[in-house]
Design a protein around this ligand. Structure first.
Ligand SMILES: [Zn+2]
Length: 134
């Protein structure tokens, strides 16, 4: 059983901030900034593709409320929401990070050294694939 499933089943401790039938939210034990929470669907999957639209909407609805709560508590200048999937999903259990952001808080994107293309051909390829998937 993964650590998030253990938290959901109360077999591991966590500082829980919210829970409903679809999801649980608790403090990240390695916060980017104080108030960093995870929103974890109760279904053990490693990609959002396996979650229902209803669960995803539920997660984003809770994320919106957490963003507002963090702003009320910390007066932060902004926030970040992150989600890593597939091979890059820690613990193999999908989760969303929500944390307050400040100027010069040290958090940022890290780019590889190789330059990547941005062009209409790439956009067209994604558009065509989206149309066939919808
Ligand atoms: Zn799990």
């Amino acid at each position: 059983m993964c650590v998030f499933c253990e938290i959901i089943k109360r077999k591991s401790p966590a500082h829980i901030v919210y829970e409903n039938d679809q999801l649980i939210s608790f403090l990240d034990i390695e916060p980017i900034n104080e108030g960093h929470v995870l929103i974890v669907p109760k279904q053990h999957v490693d990609t959002i593709e396996e979650l229902s639209d209803d669960t995803l909407m539920g997660i984003m609805g809770v994320a919106k409320k957490i963003v507002a709560a963090l702003k009320d508590i910390y007066g932060n200048e902004g926030y970040s929401i992150m989600q890593n999937g597939g091979k890059f999903c820690d613990f193999g259990h999908a989760h969303f990070h929500v944390f307050p952001r400040y100027d010069n808080d040290g958090f940022g994107w890290t780019y590889g050294s190789e330059e990547k293309d941005v062009n209409e051909e790439i956009a067209k390829g994604i558009r065509i694939q989206l149309e066939s998937n919808l």
